[in-house]
Write a protein that binds this ligand. Structure first.
Ligand code: PAF
Length: 272
């Protein structure tokens, strides 16, 4: 695996590789990322992963310095997963001084995470656009766990005629249903035991909707149940899968964000 940290070295390595499948990451790699790499391998002759903790997608109240980092461990995982190229730009390489351009996606960026984390999707879209241009990837893979992020990136690629395909990949879960996330490591033992209740609540709501229970009632009951179990629920909603607009009838996507202690958990499932 080639490890590159600046644009000239990246371009030199890309010239030796065929069409590329890219897995953009912020490091702290877990089985969810490794499953993306496995799927990437089937999409293109060469596989690259980027590791870049993107300051632009963290708000002023969010602790960028607390984001888990383990470069040596991540590189060993990428190597073992058969990754051909690891792209590790520094902040200075990604955002040279005097940069004055950012990408603002409307539509699916609005509401939910867009409200909870102002500026977040602007940062995500900007860094993803840069990663796509830097690597010239033919396909980029993203986990469905960050459902709204996936829709924002799809919309940006469509609106800006970017010449690559975006592939969403299934959320990888612990045996008890908890969606894998690099933030799970910050859960206390008690909160870790409680955390799968979020996924269970989504599944329960999906089953109720399929049985004809009105969305408003099913969701209100689920939110109350989660609050009793110690969650601070930011939102739990039925939305149109691509636009993220709230809907009251199936089909849709059930999306949720809830805090347990200091950890904010996200999850979503299809509801049909
Ligand atoms: O999902 C992530 O890890 C990040 O938001 C991404 C897509 C790598 C952009 O920094």
């Amino acid at each position: 695996m080639r490890i590159v940290r600046d644009l000239p070295a990246l371009r030199a390595e890309l010239a030796k590789l065929g069409p590329l499948a890219l897995v953009p990451t912020m490091g702290a790699l877990h089985e969810g990322h490794l499953s993306l790499l496995g799927i990437a391998r089937r999409q293109a002759p060469a596989v690259a992963a980027s590791i870049f903790v993107n300051p632009l997608q963290f708000g002023p109240q969010e602790d960028l310095s607390r984001y888990p980092r383990d470069e040596a461990g991540d590189l060993a995982k990428l190597e073992a997963a058969g990754c051909d190229l690891a792209w590790l730009p520094s902040v200075e390489v990604m955002y040279p001084p005097e940069g004055a351009t950012a990408i603002e996606v409307g539509g699916p960026s609005e509401g939910w995470e867009g409200d909870a984390r102002p500026g977040h999707f602007r940062g995500v879209a900007t860094v993803c656009a840069k990663l796509f241009h830097q690597t010239g990837a033919a396909v980029a893979l993203f986990g469905e766990k960050d459902w709204q992020q996936l829709q924002v990136i799809r919309r940006m690629v469509r609106d800006l005629d970017m010449p690559l395909r975006i592939q969403g990949c299934p959320t990888v879960r612990e045996a008890d249903g908890l969606a894998l996330s690099s933030r799970n490591r910050f859960l206390s033992a008690a909160d870790r035991a409680q955390a799968p209740a979020l996924h269970a609540a989504l599944r329960h709501v999906a089953a109720e909707l399929a049985a004809g229970v009105p969305a408003g009632a099913a969701i209100a009951t689920a939110k109350a149940g989660l609050a009793q179990e110690g969650f601070a629920v930011d939102y739990l909603a039925l939305v149109e899968a691509e636009t993220l607009r709230e809907v009251s009838t199936l089909p849709g996507r059930l999306i949720a964000a809830a805090r347990l202690g200091s950890v904010r958990l996200l999850d979503n499932i299809a509801a049909a």
